[in-house]
Structure formats: structure tokens, C-alpha cells
Write a protein that binds this ligand. Structure first.
Ligand SMILES: Nc1ncnc2c1ncn2[C@@H]1O[C@H](COP(=O)(O)OP(=O)(O)OP(=O)(O)O)[C@@H](O)[C@H]1O
Ligand SMILES: [Mg+2]
Length: 407
């Protein structure tokens, strides 16, 4: 699964469609699916699209769909919302207010991705290309499976649900309507948490990769840097950048005002691209075409220009951004040793970074995204002695706490 994201309007939809068309032409069964409610994928392909994958004319093996947002509320989240609203209403909360209280911002986008996951698993696809929402929403959405899963677990710990069931079997006369409603809510909740966990696993798995699309402008480059940090924090592989709408340099000797404008524009774009290249990720540039690249033929031409003979699906993932545990001192006896937890956060030097230990977890906030990293067993009995940023690596130092170690 290849996800295309980036700032609004940079060319995510166009490049997702062009990449899928290119893959289809190289003999792969490719599906391009958009989670964007604006449905601009249909405009890019100049085709009618629906919630189910349809074959696109013009190149064999290219299928496209956009997520049907109305169908999304039928799943686990729809059931959970219903149960929660009933419980709130039962507790005396006004029905309309109860309904409002169960709205969770961003969850629709998350459900869209969950729907993409179902289509991905159901279909015969070699590659699924996902045209995501602009970065800010996508990031919030990608943070959700983990954040929501953990949050819901805290609200309704699994053991409390088990006790609830036990009480019900021991004293059935004490379990009225309310208790049954809680049980049904717990079931719906389990369904949702399962769905989210599966989604996260797919997104963070080595067979998924994120392509960040940008245009060579300072404002866009700054957002790209922040997105990179945030995506790494979420454990997603960003395996490359696509710099779109790069203008050609004018022919030497041309001096008219149009040539001057083009030369200035090209020089400025080059300066920004040089800066972006320092992020150290594979980057491809995409020419600003004179005609708007819509329709399968134009997209195929664009895809061929970007990918040439390379396989867009094989763009190798960067080093896994998972936390790594290192022993930094001590040696023989573990109670003496010191440990370091290393989190790779590209671009973190230019954002505000916040690290805090909360019980058995490390809360890391960067580029506006917060992630709870569960500490490995050995670190739970340690105290944090410091944290520093070393290049792209956040290094958090731990020392065993003798009091806890002997317990
Ligand atoms: N390389 C290019 N050359 C010329 N025009 C382009 C190029 N790439 C994209 N465009 C045009 O730029 C506009 C925006 O592109 P597109 O819709 O793909 O962006 P997007 O990132 O998906 O936007 P949104 O954030 O609104 O979803 C479209 O009109 C598209 O045809
Ligand atoms: Mg788009």
C-alpha cells in the first residue's frame, strides 16, 4: 500500500493517479483509492467513480474508487455511537446533547482509511495507491488508531468488562437494562479497537509506505519537515519525497521578461529543493506541465516521467522508525547498566519536542503529534536520567532504580 500525502493542493491526487496508472501499464493490478470527500480523483482521471473499484478505460489493470463516506457509519463506530448515546440519554442527558457528545472529530477520516484497508484485503490488488487528505488531517487520522485504542482501553479497561460479565452471571437479578447496555457497548468498543489495531498494523507494516508530495516553496518545505517528524513519531515509513511542479529553466540567451521570471522562479525552486534534499530522503522531481495533467493519457505521461523504468511500488522503505533499545554502560550485571531508548525523528531539530515519562510509557510530542511509547519491560524498572537530540535521533537515557530492581 502506497499512501500519498502532503500539504493541500500540492498534487497528491494527480501523482497518486499517475503512479497507479504507471503501475497498471507495467502489468500490475493497481487500485487507486481516495479518502478525500471532495472526490477530485474522479476529476483527475476524468472518470465516473463510486465506492466500489471500477476499471478505468485507457489502460488495462487500473481500477479506481473513492471511499463512500455514508457507508462508513454502519460499522463498529456507528454501533458504539448508538450505544453511548443511549447510555447518556439513560443518565438523563438530553438526547440531542448526547448525540453531539458522541461525535469524535477526525473519526470519519479514520473510518475512510479502515474502509481502504477492507478493500485492500478483499481485492486481488498487487498495489493499492491511497490518495490521502492533506497532511494535517492525515496525521491526526493516522495518530488515531493508537491514540483512540489506548484512550478507550483506559476508559473501559478490559478487566472491568470481564468483571461486569462475571457479576452478571453471579447475580443476574442485579443486572438490569443498564448493565446489558454497558455490555453491548463494551462489545462494540472491542470491535472498534480491533478495527483500529488492524489498521495501525497495516499502516506501520513494511508493506506500507508514505510518499510525501511537496512543491518547491519555503512554506511547503517547512510543513514537509514537520510532517516527516510527525510521521516518524507515528511509526510510519516515509520512503520518499516527490517535489511537484518544478519549472524548467529558460534556454540560455533568452532575456525577455518571461524568461527573467522563469529564471528567478527556477533559481528560487532550486534553493528550496537543495534545502529539502538535506533531509536525506530519496527525492524525485516532477515537472510543472504546461497543460493540466488530467485524463489517463496525461497521467500516464506524467507517471512515465516521474518513474521512468523504476518500480514505484519497490521504492525501498527508509530505516524502520521504531524505537530501538541500546545498552550504553554497566555490562555484566544488569542492575548496574544504563540503557538508551532511541527514536528516529527526521527533522525534529526544527520543531518543538516534548518528552515526559508517564508510568510505564514515554509521551513524546513533536510537530503537534503526541505518541505514547510503551516502555520495554527492562526500562519500566529504570528512572529517566536525561534526554537529548542527536541529529535525527531522540535519545532517552535510563538508569536502573535500585529500589525497584530489588523489589
Ligand atoms: N505536475 C503538474 N503540472 C501541472 N499541473 C499540476 C501538476 N500536478 C498537479 N497539477 C494540478 O494542480 C492542481 C492540484 O493538484 P491535485 O488536485 O492533484 O492536488 P492535491 O494535493 O490532491 O490537492 P488537495 O489537497 O486539494 O486534495 C490540479 O489542478 C492539478 O491538475
Ligand atoms: Mg486531492
Amino acid at each position: 500500500m502506497v499512501l500519498f500525502t502532503g500539504k493541500g493542493g500540492v498534487g497528491k491526487t494527480t501523482l497518486a493517479a499517475a503512479t497507479a496508472a504507471h503501475l497498471a501499464r507495467s502489468g500490475r493490478k493497481a487500485l487507486v483509492v481516495s479518502t478525500d470527500p471532495a472526490h477530485s480523483l474522479a476529476d483527475a482521471l476524468e472518470a465516473e467513480l463510486g465506492g466500489e473499484p471500477l476499471e478505468v478505460d485507457g489502460v488495462g489493470g487500473l481500477y479506481a474508487a473513492h471511499v463512500d463516506s455514508r457507508a462508513l457509519l454502519d460499522g463498529a463506530w456507528g454501533r458504539l455511537r448508538e450505544h453511548l448515546a443511549t447510555i447518556l440519554a439513560g443518565a438523563g442527558v438530553d438526547e440531542l446533547v448526547a448525540d453531539e457528545l458522541t461525535v469524535l472529530p477526525g473519526v470519519e477520516e479514520l473510518l475512510a482509511l479502515a474502509a481502504v484497508q477492507r478493500t485492500t484485503q478483499a481485492g486481488p490488488w498487487d498495489v493499492v495507491v491511497v490518495d490521502c487528505a492533506p497532511t494535517a488531517e492525515t496525521l491526526r487520522l493516522l495518530a488515531l488508531p493508537e491514540a483512540l485504542g489506548g484512550y478507550l482501553e483506559r476508559l473501559f479497561p478490559a478487566h472491568r468488562r470481564a468483571v461486569r460479565g462475571l457479576l452478571g452471571s453471579l447475580a443476574p437479578e442485579r443486572t438490569g437494562d443498564a448493565a446489558r447496555r454497558w455490555d453491548r457497548t463494551a462489545e462494540a468498543l472491542d470491535g472498534l479497537v480491533d478495527e483500529l489495531t488492524g489498521l495501525r498494523a497495516l499502516l506501520a507494516s513494511p508493506c506500507s509506505g508514505v510518499r510525501l508530495v511537496l512543491t518547491p516553496e519555503r512554506v511547503v518545505a517547512a510543513e514537509t519537515r514537520r510532517s516527516l517528524t510527525a510521521l516518524a513519531l507515528l511509526g510510519l515509513h516515509v520512503d520518499g519525497l516527490l517535489a511537484n511542479r518544478v519549472v524548467p529553466a529558460p534556454a540560455a540567451g533568452e532575456t525577455g521578461p518571461a524568461a527573467r521570471w522563469l529564471r528567478d522562479r527556477a533559481a528560487e525552486q532550486t534553493a528550496v529543493l537543495d534545502e529539502v534534499a538535506r533531509l536525506g530522503l530519496p527525492m524525485r522531481t516532477v515537472e510543472h506541465t504546461a497543460a493540466e495533467p488530467t485524463g489517463v493519457d496525461a497521467l500516464l505521461a506524467l507517471g512515465a516521467q516521474v518513474w521512468r523504468d523504476d518500480d514505484p511500488a519497490a521504492w525501498s522503505p527508509a530505516a524502520a522508525p521504531l524505537p530501538a533499545l541500546r545498552r550504553t554502560g554497566g555490562g555484566g550485571r544488569s542492575a548496574d547498566s544504563e540503557f538508551e531508548l532511541v527514536l528516529r525523528l527526521p527533522g525534529a531539530a526544527t520543531t518543538t519536542l516534548d518528552v515526559a515519562r508517564i508510568g510505564d510509557e514515554l509521551a513524546v510530542t513533536a510537530a503537534g503529534v503526541r505518541r505514547l511509547v510503551a516502555l520495554p519491560a527492562v526500562l519500566r524498572r529504570c528512572t529517566v536520567t536525561g534526554a537529548r537530540l542527536d541529529g535525527d535521533d531522540l535519545r532517552v537515557a535510563f538508569r536502573p532504580d535500585p529500589a525497584q530492581w530489588l523489589r
